[in-house]
Design a binder for this molecule. Structure first.
Ligand code: BG6
Length: 510
């Protein structure tokens, strides 16, 4: 029965018509993710009518040239395929605006253009600014938007900004960027995107935990032995990514944002409501409760960093990390990281969380596995082989999104023999359709003014605080912990296995 007092909690605003201005419109993200996401929303009839897209970038291009580049990529990557007729009507709403990111004149022209579009729509309009340029331009773009009067909306309208990652490279730069953002846009109009939060299975984490009665009573240190979060990728530095990556590394590129966000959804307390702040208040507490690895000794004990050496991935022979295009041959940047985390709260006291992320591993997969404690060994321990393994709940974030529960069962027959079996739920078969891309959901949420799936200022800063200690130990201390190695196409370095072995655990095989 629904609770009459809390019905307000499920009402969600609808996405509203707006003009989406994308900074960095000639880049990969716009072509591979943002425009295909908007196209797929249009195909599914989810895009509010009258949405216009204005690509803002430095290169000289006509609308036609811009559109044909987008079309080429959309044909390759669109989730729902590419329909000529739908595309040709969708693309009529896409325009190109050439300007330097630092040129005030370009923003004045942008304001005039937005005025024109708004007038065509009947007067005033909503504006969604998506900053997807190289990060060195984030400050300039924000300041210029403010100077051109674009960060303030006309009465009855809104002006919002989505800021792409990387949101800073450490705590100090993130704090600085937050100051610039908050000087130009109100916090309620600021959307720090983390596309992992838009993934269907990440969103389902809260539903799994709080809409089912059977998990939450067990979701604590009394019943859970350890939790693992693995993000494995079977690519290296293709497409000239080495230049960016060698400055970032696995910890900054994926752990500070995506993996700590997943961790906070797994470990948070139930929020008081589903409002953006209700959820984010609980998530930030998890990150704030992380035990800090704040000396090189603690980092050496709890964190493993590694680079891959030449090997084979998916039958391809691939170079070692230091031989990759645009990577320093003497690089000390990690392309793999494994971390033991401890969350010092009542719920999680003593439960280790292990996170690992690596490039050039055997396959692309992200999953969370919750390993339950073994039952008391009193009934079946005399059997040959004892009781096989414990209960493991696996949440597959991607691919093959779904959830499985491993349990122990009797093998049919006259003798008593036990074997682990799996209860398995696959999104694709249960719901008969694929999940939308993360960017689709997140763009719609920004158009609806719902920031629940976006990182708040304090979440980003707390995450950097944790990461900074580790980066400091690696790059600025007198006794930096070593860099391990593994052969590309294998499951990471031996040191990462040893990290878990110390606790009597091992990584789950994916
Ligand atoms: C990005 C990282 O944020 O996420 C990349 O910069 C990484 O290095 C990518 O490959 C992974 O995203 P997904 O959705 O493919 O798992």
């Amino acid at each position: 029965m629904s609770n009459p007092f809390r019905e307000d909690l499920v009402s969600r605003s609808r996405p509203q018509p707006c003009t989406v201005v994308i900074f960095g419109a000639t880049g990969d993200l716009t072509h591979r993710k943002l425009v295909p996401a908007l196209y797929n929303l249009a195909v599914d009839g989810e895009l509010p009518p009258g949405v216009k897209i204005l690509g803002f970038a430095r290169r000289d291009k006509s609308d036609e040239e811009f559109r044909s580049g987008l079309e080429e990529l959309n044909r390759k990557v669109s989730r729902s395929g590419h329909d000529e007729e739908l595309w040709s009507s969708f693309v009529q709403n896409i325009h190109y605006h050439q300007s330097e990111f630092t040129d005030a004149e370009g923003y004045k022209r942008l304001a005039e253009r937005l005025d024109e579009i708004d007038r065509e729509r009947g007067g005033k309009g909503n504006h969604l600014f998506y900053i997807a340029s190289a990060p060195e331009f984030f400050d300039d773009i924000l300041e210029q938007l403010k100077a051109a009067g674009l960060s303030k909306a006309a009465e009855g309208c809104w002006s919002r900004v989505i800021v792409e990652k990387p949101f800073g490279t450490d705590l100090a730069t993130a704090q600085h960027l937050n100051q610039v953002v908050n000087r130009t846009f109100e916090e309620k109009d600021t959307y720090r995107i983390d596309h992992y939060l838009g993934k269907e299975t990440a969103q389902n984490l809260m539903v799994l935990r709080f809409a089912n009665a059977i998990f939450e009573p067990l979701w604590n240190s009394r019943y859970i032995d350890q939790i693992q979060i693995t993000c494995s990728e079977n690519l290296g530095m293709e497409g000239g990514r080495g230049g960016y990556y060698d400055k970032a590394g696995a910890l900054r590129d994926m752990v500070q944002n995506h993996l700590l966000q997943l961790l906070s959804l797994v470990a948070m307390e139930p929020p008081t409501d589903l409002s953006a702040d209700g959820v984010r208040d609980e998530k930030v507490k998890v990150i704030r409760s992380l035990r800090q690895w704040d000396t090189p000794e603690k980092v050496a004990k709890n964190v493993v960093r590694a680079q891959y050496t030449a090997g084979h991935v998916d039958g391809r022979s691939v170079p070692g990390y230091r031989e990759e295009d645009r990577v320093d041959p003497e690089s000390m940047t990690e392309a793999y990281v494994a971390v033991r985390l401890m969350i010092d709260t009542w719920r999680w006291s003593g439960v280790p969380f292990y996170i690992r992320m690596g490039k050039q591993l055997p396959k692309k997969a992200t999953e969370i596995s919750v390993h339950f404690k073994a039952p008391p060994c009193v009934l079946f321990n005399a059997l040959p082989g004892g009781v096989p393994g414990g209960n493991v709940l696996v949440i597959r974030i991607q691919p093959d999104e779904g959830i499985s529960l491993r349990m122990v069962s009797k093998i049919p027959g006259t003798s008593l023999r036990l074997e682990p079996v799996k209860m398995d739920f696959h999104y694709s078969t249960s719901f008969g359709k694929g999940s939308p891309e993360a960017y689709e959901r997140l763009l719609l949420d920004a158009m609806a003014g719902d920031a629940t799936l976006f990182a708040r200022r304090d979440e980003v800063e707390e995450a950097w605080r944790f990461i900074d200690h580790i980066e400091h130990a690696w790059h600025q201390s007198d006794n930096p912990p070593p860099m391990a190695e593994f052969v590309a196409g294998t499951w990471g370095p031996k040191e990462a296995d040893d990290l878990l072995k110390e606790d009597g655990h091992e990584w789950r095989r994916l």
